[in-house]
Write a protein that binds this ligand. Sequence first.
Ligand SMILES: [Zn+2]
Length: 503
Amino acid sequence: MRYLIKDATIVAMDSAHGAEPFGGDILVEGDRIQEIGDNLSGGGAETIDGRAKLVMPGLTNAHVHSWEAMYKGRYDNLPLELWMLLCYPILGAVPLPPRLIYLRTMIVGMECLKTGVTNVLDDVIEMPGQDLDQLEATFQAYDDLGIRANVSGHIINRPFSETIPFTDELLPDELKAKVSAAPPPSTKFFVELAEEAVSRFHNKKGRLRYVIAPSGPQRCTDDMLIAAYELADKHDMAYHIHILESKIQAVTGHEFYGKTLIGHMNALGALGPRTAIAHSIWVTDEDIRMIADAGSTIVHNAISNQKLSVGIMPYRKIMDAGIPIGLGSDGISTNDTPRIFDVMKAAALLHKVSTPDYPQGPSASEILRAGTINGARTAMIDGDTGSLEAGKKADLIILDMKTLNFTPLNDVRNHLVYCENGSSIEKVMVNGEIVVEGNRLKRVDEAALLEELRGHLPEFKKQHEQLEALNSAFRPAFEEIHKRCCGRDLGINRFSRPPSEWY
Ligand SMILES: [Zn+2]
């Protein structure tokens, strides 16, 4: 297909314009943007009237876990590790059937597309482990929707008791025995699985990619962290990992390695340009320097971080170090939606309350960069998407500027970050194809898919309530670990109140 968008307001997010709006036409040919300029002639292209319309790159959700979609709206007021007990049960999980995984992924992808997210990095965890049929179901859902997707095989290969400090002392023997009954997968097993995933799913349809995702440095063996980076290098893939999300994780580095988790990754050679670090909240100044020197990136999850009460990322220090920041929703149970318009607003606001030194707060232009081109950078596909430029993939959204969100119209950049919530979107284009028009998904039957998913809920919820009851046995030990780690003085504080006021 060829499209000519005429006389639009364009926010290109390219290096020449950044978030500064300008007027012009956009010619789309096949899956790519052919040209951006004035008075373009389409020569038979379908013309889209761009007057009073804003065209910008589709947003990137650079960190989401579709696994959690079944727990949307289920939990509140739990810190990371206590919430994980319920959402990622340590004991008793049974593999989900691929059809339910397909439907689960669909509800994430459908909401992404309808709210302007054209590129998603889904760090997919399956409990108790992931097989290729399950991974295929996730890829199939994104393929059917027409979205651009980067899908991981999330891997944990250390026994649970070795991933959190003080479990040896605080977990009852009976629970320790149950936890160690199932041995974790070996590095060799994962490398073979990942190689097969690459050959089946990576670089397909011009918009589907596989991503290497060791869960976190403390959740994987050193040889796994290194082998995973070598795999990412070999196949030109992103290397996606959680580091220093909670204070427990900050203490973990000192307890397990005698250094920070970033220092550990750096010593292994697993910190590099492919490394995208989800969170990076409890980083030291030296950690920030190592991340910058390595050319790594950070994915900021401003809403999830607030909901899980893990602390506030040192935004301006990271920006000043020149580290690209993308934005993620994080899992659908800690946000509880993949909408990036929400995350942009939350991120813009969160860092304004961190300090009275107001110029340190994020600007709307910085936030738009994080939600578009820098998000694409964290997934290693900024050469293809994330900005509107001739030669790049045609991944864009068209918004109506006559809505309440844009009236009265002042600074377009501020409207996008502070007023817009996705409801002004008229069209969403991915890979040159219009996949959303007038709030309707063009490739799939949304109502039928939701109805089918609802049919699974009674049985699913019954099973999950049993898992919650079984795993609540860990709670007393985890409460103690949480308090003990939060009480440890590491010389940095990422909460808004000082330790003396915490409890
Ligand atoms: Zn995450």
